[in-house]
Design a protein around this ligand. Structure first.
Ligand code: C2E
Ligand code: MG
Ligand code: MG
Ligand code: MG
Length: 297
């Protein structure tokens, strides 16, 4: 099956020629999906949804994270947890990732034109980090949309950042050089060395939602969050907690001095139009007051 998949990948549009009767449904499904995904990217059928991050102390929106969405014509809405790995496996991730960069920058410029200064976080996959023209692409998107580079932050998962430490370091330096910000996603699930972390030009750590989920029941999870916040602040980094679902979690995270919170408690990822509305809303249906058209660092 691996050989067939390799052939299918190299064959691109002729994937079906490599089908073998013994191929299992999983592989077949993947090959079908990669064909559909290739088309969806080419036809511009993907969408970005946005999820806000909120300052834990001052209750203002600090930025939004762009999350890719694909409504498959037959299978319905597919999770990026499904199609991002397929894009990576079949060589589509750079095309997809380049579209995400362009679209997210475009959207920030549309919000700016509506008077909203919203910072956007863009997820980067390992293949994008290794792509030679990543930095020029980002520069081009910033230039095209006349964006302040500080409005863009790239999220790279800790495991990806560690996988090719030297390569990540070099790319982060180049990205930092053009003025965009960098964040380590799913922090706590990989194994960063502290000296490496110090060398990376990041400005933010995102605590993985697995720790947030266990905050109320696990003293270990609380100890880990406390340690990560302490480490981050000692290194002059801000800390975001992802996957915040309950008020109890919010209270613990606030008490532990976590800087920003993100999760269903505040909002699920939503369309750009709804996100703009949400940010503009000076009297949101929650107990919080969001400062209109501001973000904090
Ligand atoms: P991530 O970057 O760690 O994003 C957080 C995920 O948690 C998102 O799932 C988000 O919708 C979900 N989430 C947010 N708040 C909560 C909460 O309170 N509870 C729970 N249970 N979940 C919450 P999503 O959108 O399905 O994305 C999954 C992953 O797919 C992302 O994880 C990211 O690694 C990847 N991804 C999404 N969009 C892109 C993209 O444009 N490029 C790349 N390379 N990866 C992407
Ligand atoms: Mg992320
Ligand atoms: Mg994350
Ligand atoms: Mg995560």
């Amino acid at each position: 099956a691996d050989a067939a998949m390799y052939a299918a990948k190299r064959g691109g549009g002729t994937a079906y020629a490599f089908f073998e009767p013994h191929m299992n449904a999983g592989v077949r499904e993947q090959i079908e999906l990669q064909r559909d995904l290739r088309q969806a990217i080419e036809r511009g059928e993907l969408e970005l949804h946005y999820q806000p991050k909120v300052s834990s102390g001052r209750n203002v929106i600090t930025g939004v994270e762009a999350l890719a969405r694909w409504k498959h014509p037959v299978r319905g809405m597919l999770s990026p947890g499904v199609f991002i790995p397929i894009a990576e496996r079949f060589g589509l991730i750079n095309a997809l990732g380049n579209w995400v960069i362009e679209e997210a920058c475009h959207q920030v410029s549309r919000w700016r034109d509506q008077g909203l200064r919203i910072r956007v976080a863009i997820n980067l996959s390992v293949h994008q980090l290794r792509q030679d023209d990543l930095v020029p692409r980002v520069e081009k998107a910033l230039r095209t949309h006349h964006l302040d580079p500080a409005l863009v932050i790239f999220e790279v998962t800790e495991s990806v950042a560690m996988e090719d430490a030297a390569g990540t370091l070099a790319t982060f330096e180049r990205l930092g050089g053009i003025g965009v910000k960098l964040s380590i996603d799913d922090f706590g699930t990989g194994y960063s060395s502290l000296s490496y972390l110090r060398q990376l030009q990041v400005s933010q750590l995102k605590i993985d939602q697995s720790f947030v989920r266990d905050l109320e029941t696990s003293a270990d999870a609380r100890a880990i969050v406390k340690a990560v916040v302490g480490l981050a602040h000692a290194l002059n980094l801000s800390v975001v907690a992802e996957g915040v679902e309950t008020e109890a979690q919010r209270d613990v995270l606030t008490a532990l001095k976590c800087d920003e919170l993100q999760g269903y408690l505040y909002a699920k990822p939503m369309t750009a139009a709804l996100m703009g509305q949400w940010a503009l809303d000076i009297d949101p249906p929650t107990d919080m007051k969001f400062a209109n058209s501001t973000f904090v660092d």
